[in-house]
Design a protein around this ligand. Structure first.
Ligand code: AMP
Length: 396
């Protein structure tokens, strides 16, 4: 994929109506309906401010939650309009629909420097189907399209890809940052390039492992997925997470790594428990795990092995926790790795989702070069496949 895309710095926004796809998929407290974090709205401000200051009329749009094509009051973007207005310090006009009468008339009358937010795109089933007539109507509101929703660039939806058929398409500052940092890590990393992979399942990371085996110098595998690799090496794993149908794949990867001279590291000791519970007492096991126990976190020797492998790295890409970090007793491996990554001196990139929240929890987030704003998107990016929401943007 070409990672060099035209951005909002490559056109003059003056007098233009800009359709801006944002990621306002904010977390909402199910009981109170309150927005619990303004991080995603804050992240969109640089692009919005650039466009408004330079004389554009901005028509922002986003999805929120999973309304599955139905109008659901609790998933309205109206509270986001209010939050955006407070953060921006200017009025945000809100449309009660997406491409209906209200949106059309408000978009038509929008003046340079003004901001309009459309209602939740996914209230219309045609959004996720990438329906061409829906994309065309959405595009008809504006002169230019800007994508700043990195979290959804792996989806081919009307607002993330379809609209680019009808409007010149540019990257916003957030998307530009993600694409350039992740793209450089894959295309031209400062070596040694070390990749740290964790999380629950091998099956979720197959594409990433395949791609990184071609690129990385060292691959570290921890978390639940490591146990399928240990099983493939003939080690007993007790009741640990196992994907039986991925054992052969793991064997193949171990062989491939050897052939390619890629160092592949797996845990050599584990903190185990008899029950999957926050209250379980951690039991340190080296080698075979007894049949009544499961691996919940990496042990101290593994922490040392993995941390040492990060020393001197030029680039580190980390996706997925090293253990069940949600349970304090089994968070140590992930937190220690966060520290080792942060102190490595390398260019460090942390994939979104669980790895991002683990790094935030560790207190080392500000020492990481880049924490991706997209969980699924950053994972698919690391697979090296074309992402529709990036491929559709104009090449430089
Ligand atoms: P993922 O979404 O694939 O990155 O997986 C993250 C989840 O993997 C987290 O909720 C962790 O609790 C879980 N996880 C990590 N290590 C283990 C393990 N050893 N056993 C079970 N679950 C794990």
């Amino acid at each position: 994929m070409n990672y060099s895309k035209k951005t909002i710095n490559d056109f003059d926004p003056k007098g233009k109506k800009v359709l801006l796809r944002c990621d306002f998929n904010v977390p909402i407290d199910k009981k109170t309906g309150e927005i619990t974090s303004n991080a995603r709205v804050t992240a969109a401000l640089p692009t919005i401010t650039h466009l408004l200051k330079n004389g554009a009329a901005v028509i922002a749009c986003s999805h929120l939650g999973k309304p599955k094509g139905e109008w659901k009051k609790e998933l309205s973007l109206a509270p986001v309009a209010k939050m955006l207005s407070e953060l921006l310090g200017q009025n945000v006009i809100f449309a009660e629909d997406i491409i209906g009468e209200d949106a059309k008339s408000k978009a038509k009358n929008l003046l340079p420097g003004e901001l309009l937010l459309l209602e939740n795109l996914r209230f219309d089933p045609r959004e996720e189907k990438n329906d061409s007539s829906f994309a065309k109507e959405l595009a008809s509101l504006a002169d230019v399209y800007v994508s700043d929703a990195f979290g959804t660039v792996h989806r081919a939806h009307a607002s993330t890809a379809g609209v680019s058929e009808f409007l010149p398409a540019y990257a916003g500052l957030l998307v530009e940052k993600e694409v350039s940092i992740l793209g450089r890590a894959l295309d031209n990393p400062v070596r040694p390039f070390v990749s740290v992979l964790g999380g629950a399942k091998v099956s979720d990371k197959i594409g990433v492992i395949n791609n990184l085996l071609q690129k990385a110098d060292t691959i570290i595998i921890g978390g639940g997925m490591a146990y399928t690799f240990l099983k493939a090496e003939g080690i007993e794993i007790g009741k640990s997470l196992l994907e039986e149908d991925k054992i052969d794949y793991a064997k193949e990867m171990i062989n491939k790594a050897q052939e390619k001279g890629v160092r592949l590291l797996v845990p050599i000791d584990n903190l185990c428990a008899t029950e999957f519970s926050a209250d379980s007492t951690p039991i340190l096991i080296e080698g075979d795990i007894p049949s009544d126990m499961m691996g919940m976190d990496i042990g101290p020797k593994t922490i040392k092995l993995f941390s040492d492998a990060l020393i001197g790295a030029g680039t580190i890409v980390w996706n997925g926790p090293m253990g069940v970090f949600e349970f304090a007793n089994f968070a140590g491996g992930t937190m220690s790795l966060a520290k080792a990554v942060a102190e490595s001196g390398a260019t460090t990139i942390v994939g979104g989702g669980d790895s991002a929240s683990a790094v935030e929890k560790s207190g080392f987030a500000d020492k990481i070069t880049h924490i991706s704003t997209g969980g699924g998107a950053s994972l698919e990016f690391l697979e090296g496949i074309d992402l529709p929401g990036i491929a559709c943007l104009l090449d430089k």
